[in-house]
Design a protein around this ligand. Structure first.
Ligand code: DX5
Ligand code: ZN
Length: 251
């Protein structure tokens, strides 16, 4: 059911796109960067069956970041397997020429990096014009100053808690303070705060307490499991969620 300000956005132009209602409850978004690359459809269905709230898709171009992953045809192939929210994180530069292709591939949320080009304002406008929710991502070295004039254009801000490019890296603790300050800047606006990189049951309470509500986790979700044995995915998701909730209770 639709609620809140997101309902007014010109969304869901494409068949198969799901409604994304706004709330600040903790959401776990497994990154399929840590999935079995020969088995994406089954992996996506397995993490959703095991409790994933969103499915996080990391798009890398070997230029903005030193790794290469998926293009629009791959994202389009994932779409029918996603019944929650397909959250597409673009680590590519330039980004503007590819927005329509990723929207047409069925993305619900498209996140672009502030550092990916000189016209992030235009980029965010283009994402919404393509019918998607707009996310703005900040590298660990990027401050919050440039976010102030973009808040009316975003549905989510992604605070990278590692330098983008690879899964399995160590959480950068200085980003917790960035999340806290961003949460204050956002106030009552219906804007999610997402964190991505090094999220585990140990780090989840820190970011949740600081104000993050969407926690991306790759290696910490997929470790120990497989499509033949998906129960560990569920245990890992629950462990991260429970730890985040306990961080909220101590806030
Ligand atoms: C990093 C990606 C992340 C990554 C997270 O550039 O944006 O989504 O997959 O992986 P973990 O959770 O293993 O740090
Ligand atoms: Zn990501």
């Amino acid at each position: 059911m639709w609620q809140g300000a997101w309902y007014h956005a010109p969304c869901f132009l494409f068949e198969g796109r799901v409604a994304v209602a706004f709330d600040r409850s903790i959401k776990i978004a497994p990154s399929i960067l840590s999935a079995d690359f020969a088995n994406f459809g089954q992996e996506i269905r397995a993490i959703e069956a095991q409790g994933a709230d969103w499915v996080h898709v990391d798009v890398m171009d070997g230029h903005f970041v030193p790794n290469i992953t998926f293009g629009p045809p791959a994202v389009k192939a994932f779409r029918p397997h996603v019944s929650t929210v397909m959250d597409v994180h673009l680590m590519i530069a330039p980004v503007d020429p590819y927005i329509d292709a990723f929207a047409e591939a069925g993305s619900d949320i498209i996140t672009a990096h502030l550092e990916a080009g000189p016209h992030i304002h235009r980029t965010l406008q283009a994402i919404r014009a393509a019918g998607c929710k707009a996310g703005l991502s900040l590298n660990p070295g990027t401050g919050l100053e440039d976010v102030a004039y973009l808040l009316d254009l975003v549905d989510m801000v992604l605070v990278m808690t590692v330098n983008p490019g690879f899964g399995g890296q160590k959480f950068i603790a200085s980003q917790v303070d960035k999340v806290r300050r961003l949460r204050q800047m956002i106030g009552d606006r219906p804007i999610h705060i997402q964190v991505d990189g090094g999220i585990t049951p140990e780090t989840a309470p820190l970011v949740a307490k600081a104000g993050a509500d969407v926690l991306v986790a790759g290696s910490a979700v997929f470790k120990g499991g497989s499509v033949e044995n998906p129960a560990p995915y569920g245990e890992n998701i629950r462990a991260i969620r429970d730890a985040a909730q306990s961080g909220l209770q101590s806030a």
